[in-house]
Design a protein around this ligand. Structure first.
Ligand code: GLC
Length: 553
């Protein structure tokens, strides 16, 4: 089937279902809630939805531990509710993509339960190894979430590999039967009408032969031997050929530790196996590789990441643009300012929505939700946060410092219930919410912002509308005019005679901004701004976190 690359014209909204909206009063977000809000999502200008996992799952990693790939969890309303949402989205001209989590399953998946018992054909569905001499583990790899990457199984009397939580055993992708299953899953959802997949840690699916010890990367030892492993492209090629090619899909690969050069092996439009990638470099402007290795925020580092991906993919591959998802704390609390929540939220929107690529907005980002700060560590739900609090950080830090660290880095900040109104539980549920609501919901919520012409929500709507209207934003050339500035990010997009100039200040203090050569600001139309339009001498002195978007024709 011809690939139209329809995703280049779209803006996606990510739903993390358990915290979006509870439609049946049991305290957990569900598809009834999503159905109610399809018009809201459409009103933002978003015409695509990415669903984080909706499948049956014990919930150890909030759905990323799947126990049945061909069903929808009853908690979310089951298959019938999903069909209704899918039809409702399609009727509104929206596309829907699903999370595809096939590096690992839940240990409660039937395949694993049979594999433990050596029931054929499941015996080699997972990565099993005997105990080494003297009780040694099969190798020295670490898991991302819970200590060593090996867990002893009493029933089978072998270790299994888990790169994430203990209850998330890694599948053995070298087994052709496992690849058949993956293709079956893909076809199942595509035949049902979904429009593509966001493929979870897909660069991890092929492990180096012999699973050798790793002597680098202290906290995620092993990654050199499974990230971009030896047969990853072969397997992705197979999935593409046997499952995807018959459909006009959009596929996004999640890729930790990837730079553009490597990414092109996956997403080059001439020979790639995927359409775009979730890269992590734009998430590393206030940390070293992971959110817990905190560093002061550096606008320069953020711009370096933006520039790298904009320049290196240009004309070859397509970018996925984002500043938030369910795996990172809220961006205003990281790269902006809670004091200037609305102003910096608008500036951050401008900093990425007008780049070249397909933008994603994560639920709550459009109203400027900020980090949640529980008073006690036991309030955290997330397996990764708990592990860091109890183990990694425990070795060196006192309790209160560890808690503050979690306030800064925990994924749970992005997972508190969506704040719909100032009513009880932020309008998220009429029951008891499964998770804590951020205390600021009375001030920060959708209902309040619908009525306020200067709200962040209205700003997102305007910005997305502008993006949709102007071809220069889809296709124009990108230039960063201030790559060395530690405070200003000034980029332009150019398509023939049409130009867009975006000015973003990442600081509270005033900064002198002069328009780059070739841009006469008084001749441009100011399309969007978080303050006013005053000019002097083809520039202005910025207000805290000021942003402006000029259009020239
Ligand atoms: C991805 C998901 C994350 C999950 C992990 C393991 O990084 O985005 O939420 O915990 O994979 O599946």
């Amino acid at each position: 089937m011809e690939k139209t690359r329809w995703y280049k014209d779209r803006v996606f909204y990510q739903i993390w279902p358990r915290s979006f909206l509870d439609g049946d009063g049991d305290g957990v977000g569900d598809l009834l809630g999503v159905y109610e809000k399809l018009d809201y999502i459409q009103s933002l200008g978003c015409d695509g939805i990415w669903f984080s996992p909706l499948y049956p799952s014990p919930g150890v990693d909030c759905g990323y531990d799947i126990s049945d790939y061909m069903d929808i969890d009853a908690m979310y309303g089951g298959m019938e509710a999903f069909r209704k949402v899918l039809d409702g989205a399609h009727a509104r001209g929206m596309k829907v993509i699903m999370d595809l989590v096939v590096n690992h399953t839940s240990d409660e998946h039937e395949w694993f339960q049979k594999s433990r018992r050596r029931i054929e054909p499941y015996t080699d569905y997972y990565i099993w190894r005997p105990q080494g001499l003297g009780g040694k583990l099969p190798n020295n790899w670490d898991s991302m979430f819970e200590g060593k990457a090996w867990q002893w199984d009493e029933l089978r009397r072998e270790y299994y590999l888990h790169l994430f939580a203990v209850k998330q055993p890694d599948l053995n992708m070298d087994n052709p039967l496992v690849r058949q299953e993956v293709k079956r899953i893909m076809r199942f959802w595509l035949d049902l009408g979904v429009d593509g997949f966001r493929e979870d840690v897909i660069t991890f699916i092929s492990k180096r032969d012999g699973l050798p010890n790793d002597y680098f990367m202290p906290a995620s030892r092993g990654i050199a031997h499974y990230n971009h492993g030896p047969r990853v492209h072969q397997y992705l090629e197979e999935f593409k050929h046997d499952a995807l090619d018959g459909h006009d899909t959009f596929t996004i690969g999640e890729a930790p530790l990837v730079a553009p050069k490597k990414a092109l092996d996956y997403i080059d439009e001439r020979h790639g196996q995927l359409d775009t990638m979730i890269q992590f470099q734009c998430m590393n402007a206030d940390c070293f590789l992971i959110d817990y290795a905190a560093l002061p925020f550096s606008a320069r580092r953020l711009k370096r990441a933006f520039d790298l991906w904009q320049y290196k993919l240009d004309g070859k591959a397509w970018n996925m643009l984002y500043l938030e998802n369910h795996d990172h704390p809220r961006v205003i609390s990281r790269y902006g300012s809670e004091k200037y929540r609305v102003e910096s939220g608008k500036m951050l929107a401008c900093s990425y929505l007008f780049q070249k690529g397909t933008p994603f907005v994560y639920q709550g980002q459009e109203i400027g939700m900020t980090n949640w700060r529980p008073k006690k560590a036991s309030d955290y739900e997330d397996v990764q946060t708990r592990w860091h609090y109890e183990h990694m950080l425990a070795k060196v830090l006192p309790d209160d410092v560890r808690l503050k660290w979690c306030h800064r880095a925990s994924r749970d900040s992005a997972r508190t219930p969506m704040q719909w109104s100032a009513e009880k539980n932020a309008g998220f549920t009429t029951g008891t919410p499964w998770f804590h609501v951020n205390d600021n919901y009375r001030e920060v919520n959708v209902a309040a912002q619908e009525n306020d012409p200067n709200s962040l929500l209205r700003f997102y709507r305007d910005a997305i509308m502008i993006r949709k209207r102007l071809r220069v934003i889809r296709d124009g050339d990108y230039v960063d005019h201030t790559p060395l500035s530690g405070s200003l990010y000034v980029y332009s997009r150019t398509l023939g005679d049409e130009k867009l100039l975006v000015v973003c200040s990442f600081v509270e203090r005033p900064v002198h901004f002069r328009a780059p050569q070739g841009f006469e600001l008084s001749r441009g139309e100011l399309l969007l701004a978080n303050y006013g339009s005053g000019l002097s001498k083809n520039g202005f002195i910025t207000k805290p976190y000021e942003c402006r978007v000029y259009h020239f024709t």
